[in-house]
Design a binder for this molecule. Structure first.
Ligand code: SF4
Length: 216
């Protein structure tokens, strides 16, 4: 079976499991979304949604954020990982946005902001601006390899491969559907790929054997 054929069946499974694709991170503007996505690095969306209400109550615009001391920002987000670095980046990003005229759908501009990489920019481009993008984090990277949709050694290659097997008009929802699927079905370890609704037929025999060996 070719990658495209596999992707078609996986796409149908994902569409039937997740016909709706609500955005997991709470936000009310492009700015609050980019802040939430930036905060979500190496922590869960749930945790981010717990801290952002207090943060956005005080600073839901770059102008308000830049007026806060970094220590105040850090205190507001202290429950999430990498808070000191994220607080510094939030402060710097707010200044950059004020100088740059605010949020806009511009890849180079967004990726030039402190703490914003290609994945974060991709989430904002797709979820706020509605432009086709395929944010690939480590979870999507791992699943794409297991499903045989990519043998990419890094997230950049996986992104290119996923963009080839699915058409532009579904990229935004596929990204979210794969995240939902991973959260619901894919435990971090000790599970049997032969019992999975996707890996059981999509993963290569070699990979299944390898994972079974690792399990034992
Ligand atoms: S076997 Fe199923 S549950 Fe495990 S990684 Fe593959 S898709 Fe996820």
């Amino acid at each position: 079976m070719t990658r495209t054929e596999k992707a078609k069946i996986i796409g149908k499974t994902l569409d039937s499991l997740y016909p709706e694709t609500p955005i997991p991170l709470e936000h009310s503007s492009a700015y609050t979304l980019i802040v939430a996505v930036m905060l979500s690095a190496q922590t869960t969306d749930k945790k981010v949604n717990e801290v952002t209400p207090a943060l956005f109550k005080i600073a839901n615009t770059p102008e308000k954020m830049v007026n806060l001391e970094i220590s105040v920002i850090q205190n507001l987000i202290r429950q999430i990982g990498l808070a000191p670095t994220k607080a510094k980046n939030l402060h710097k990003m707010a200044g950059q946005l004020i100088d740059g005229g605010g949020m806009r759908a511009d890849w180079d501009y967004l990726e030039s902001l402190a703490g914003v990489g290609h994945k974060t920019a991709s989430v904002v481009m797709s979820q706020w601006y509605g432009l086709p993008a395929f944010p690939v984090d480590t979870h999507i990277h791992r699943l794409a390899a297991r499903w045989g949709l990519s043998n990419g050694k890094n997230v950049d290659t996986t992104e290119k491969d996923l963009k080839k097997v699915w058409s532009k008009d579904v990229w935004n929802r596929r990204h979210l559907q794969i995240i939902y699927f991973g959260r619901e079905y894919c435990p971090a370890r000790n599970h049997d790929l032969r019992k999975c609704s996707i890996c059981s037929w999509a993963a290569s025999k070699k990979r299944i054997t390898q994972e079974m060996k690792n399990k034992n």
